[in-house]
Design a protein around this ligand. Structure first.
Ligand SMILES: [Zn+2]
Length: 521
């Protein structure tokens, strides 16, 4: 243990910690080699700072402790700023760089002064710092190793549908199925009430194209993961596993149900290719899709993990500034990733009819109109607007900004969707089935959170006996599998189970029938 006493390992360990812990947190989303370059840069940077400070102080002890302290502040910059985002009025936010950066500099100067004046550079102090820094690495290393052992490869598909009742009719020209989920797209009457935004021309356009709009639809659940697990498995959560109980904050069962859904399995039996888009929201990401469409990175020089790491540090300010000026580094924009992903999917969807062989089941989950509010009404990028995204938890700063952001997103979506849907329909050899659905409504209590957009394009069918205004997502695929695939699924009651405790998703309570009024538009 002699060298634990003599050598300043702590500046290096303190630099390595954020890399490893960030990687441990996002391991399921990252390539195994993602952290190597960052580790090399951090170690190289630490050596440089350490050397420069030694030349300045001519004292290894002072140089070592100051390096550690600087490293600590460097990597805590944005996490600390996130916390101070809560100290705010409508025009002032302590988390904004213009206030936070000078504050952090004062903390730096004060700390360096304390180190130089008060901390004795004795062997015991070095040993203590080394020991503390080393012990912080234990948790991320254990986490990385245990994840690597427990996740050797992709998911195993376990059948959760009873296929015995399936009537294996001739495949014929099966229609492609497009399930387009627009995260947080509410219902037109509640949108009008909340935002004063008239959505009727969009619904008229959908109807003109042949869509049936379920004008009094609500989501069965109030949160994404629960809604999608339920809709894609055509059932309420308690019927899909006994994990969905209050107090359980582990969503892995729901994630498995979304990945290996009953609908996917059922259609697989009919020879359908399952197509999905890569997602940074892990529960919606389905890498084992038959066709898993990755979102092209605009900037290959900086990897996603490295952007995450830079996002912790004040370097982000500089990168945002560069990004605002240079088109190539656009992914560095605040929330640029969601913007790029959305634009990519909207451009890619109309190409799928000819690009991917039929029959196919496409699950396209777009995080819009959900915040961050990255689209202006004409599709222009507005993600760096601090009014729209600079509030606590990166929310809009006030209600006016929230209304503006949400209706911006609606305006943009409504202006591009009809054309996209029209192209999907006209480019498909066999007329496709299309569902456009909100996974839940917008912020607020159940009367705002549950009403959703829910529209269906069912080719060659008289929908009057099949669809009805109050249909909920739990029945969407029951209707489709019954109508087109000889399914014999009884429709379930269109019940709602909103979460009553926002800190505990599975703490749900059944809503009384007719608790939410509907003024169909
Ligand atoms: Zn959602």
């Amino acid at each position: 243990m002699r060298f634990m006493q003599r050598f300043h390992l702590h500046p290096f360990l303190i630099g390595i910690f954020p890399v490893l812990s960030l990687y441990a947190h996002n391991q399921s989303q990252l390539e195994p080699n993602a952290p190597w370059r960052s580790l090399a840069v951090v170690i190289g940077g630490t050596i440089s700072v350490f050397a420069i400070l030694y030349l300045w102080f001519r004292d290894w002890g002072k140089a070592g402790f100051v390096t550690s302290y600087m490293s600590l502040l460097f990597f805590l910059y944005n996490p600390a700023r996130e916390i101070l985002h809560n100290v705010h009025t409508s025009n002032f936010n302590l988390g904004w760089n213009r206030y936070f950066l000078p504050l952090w500099c004062l903390v730096l100067i004060w700390g360096v002064w304390v180190i130089l004046k008060k901390i004795p550079p004795r062997d015991t102090t070095i040993q203590l710092f080394n020991f503390i820094a080393l012990s912080t690495l234990v948790l991320p290393i254990v986490s990385i190793v245990s994840y690597s052992i427990s996740h050797p490869s992709a998911n195993v598909i376990q059948p959760i549908v009873d296929f015995t009742q399936r009537n294996n009719a001739a495949n014929g020209n099966r229609p492609d199925i497009y399930y387009i989920v627009l995260d947080m797209y509410g219902r037109s009457d509640t949108i009008e009430k909340e935002f004063g935004f008239d959505n009727s021309s969009f619904l008229e356009e959908l109807r003109r194209q042949g869509f049936y709009v379920a004008a009094c639809s609500t989501s069965n659940y109030s949160h994404t993961v629960m809604s999608m697990a339920s809709a894609l498995n055509m059932n309420f959560l308690p019927a899909l596993g006994n994990e969905f109980v209050p107090g359980n904050k582990d969503h892995s069962r729901a994630a498995t149900l979304i990945r290996n859904s009953a609908v996917r399995q059922y259609l697989h039996e009919y020879g359908y290719v399952f197509v999905s888009y890569a997602s940074f929201f892990p529960y919606i990401d389905i890498p084992d899709s038959d066709i898993y469409i990755k979102i092209p990175e605009r900037n290959d020089n900086i990897q996603p993990f490295e952007l995450l790491l830079i996002g912790q540090t004040p370097l982000k300010i500089a990168l945002d500034k560069i990004a605002a000026k240079t088109a190539e580094s656009e992914t560095i924009r605040l929330f640029g990733k969601n913007y790029d992903r959305t634009v990519f999917i909207l451009e890619d969807l109309p190409q799928l009819p000819t690009k991917v062989k039929s029959p196919k089941f496409v699950y396209a989950h777009l995080f819009i109109p959900h915040p961050p509010y990255v689209f202006g009404p004409n599709g222009e990028y507005v993600g760096n607007d601090e009014r729209l995204n600079g509030g606590p938890y990166r929310d809009p700063v006030d209600e006016a900004a929230y209304h503006e952001g949400y209706t911006n997103h609606l305006r943009y979506l409504n202006s591009v969707l009809p054309q996209i849907l029209n192209q999907i329909i006209s480019q498909s050899e066999t007329e496709p089935i299309i569902i456009i659905q909100g996974d839940h409504g917008f912020w607020g209590d159940a009367d705002k959170r549950l009403p959703i957009l829910n529209a269906y394009y069912l080719p060659e069918k008289d929908v009057s006996g099949l669809l009805y205004p109050t249909i909920t997502p739990v029945n969407s695929f029951r209707v489709i599998l019954n109508t087109y695939f000889n399914g014999e699924f009884d429709l379930l009651p269109d019940e709602n189970y909103p979460t009553v405790n926002q800190k505990d998703y599975y703490d749900v309570q059944r809503l009384a029938q007719d608790a939410i009024e509907c003024k169909p538009k």
